[in-house]
Design a binder for this molecule. Structure first.
Ligand code: S3P
Length: 177
């Protein structure tokens, strides 16, 4: 029997956590949860609205509340927002409850994806084009140290989501998940 209960996917915005998480959950026949979507359901509004109406601090508290409730649910695949692992209590809790996997995507790939989705992302939507690259680079560099505390680091670069899920499944077998 595996010691891991949940599978957590962590990584920067745009690293593919939701896409890969959905596919992985299907393959493993487990429920899939996304912290942002669960918080939106609970609040009845979008992440962008929560940031602008309630403030980022309220959102960060809701992320931790979401994490703490996972103790009592069935084993699941869980994609967590890119900022959640920065909370000092988050990674210890995730390690306690499951296997933490970092989807490691290069700055250049992230920039390409995020430029197209900028409007839907409260942390990025007000950043000027000229500031976009340095802003993302700086935020990523301040977070990588947290992401790298994952048990498993999976590059998610020039592969399709299905290819990555196949590689992940092999790694999970090696880890007796
Ligand atoms: C955030 C990432 C987003 C979302 C919010 C803040 C962050 O989630 O939680 O916009 O601080 O990196 P994704 O990483 O799922 O895009």
């Amino acid at each position: 029997m595996s010691v891991h209960k949940h599978i957590f996917l962590i990584g920067f915005m745009g690293s593919g956590k939701s896409t890969v998480g959905t596919l992985l959950a299907e393959r493993l026949n487990l429920p899939f949860l996304d912290s942002d979507r669960e918080i939106e359901k609970k609040k009845g509004k979008s992440i962008t609205e929560i940031f602008s109406q309630d403030g980022e601090a309220v959102f960060r508290e809701m992320e931790m509340e979401f994490l703490e409730k996972l103790e009592s649910i069935e084993p699941s695949v869980i994609a967590v927002g890119g900022g959640l692992p920065v909370n000092e209590n988050a990674l210890p809790l995730m390690h306690e409850m499951g296997l933490v996997i970092y989807l490691n995507t290069s700055l250049l790939t992230l920039l390409k994806r995020l430029r197209e989705e900028k409007a839907q992302r409260p942390l990025l939507r007000d950043i000027d084009d000229a500031e976009f690259h340095p802003f993302v680079e700086d935020l990523l560099s301040r977070r990588v140290h947290f992401y790298k505390q994952a048990k498993l680091i999976m590059p998610n670069e020039r592969n399709s989501p299905n290819e990555l899920v196949e590689r992940l499944e092999k790694e999970l077998i090696k880890l007796n998940f």
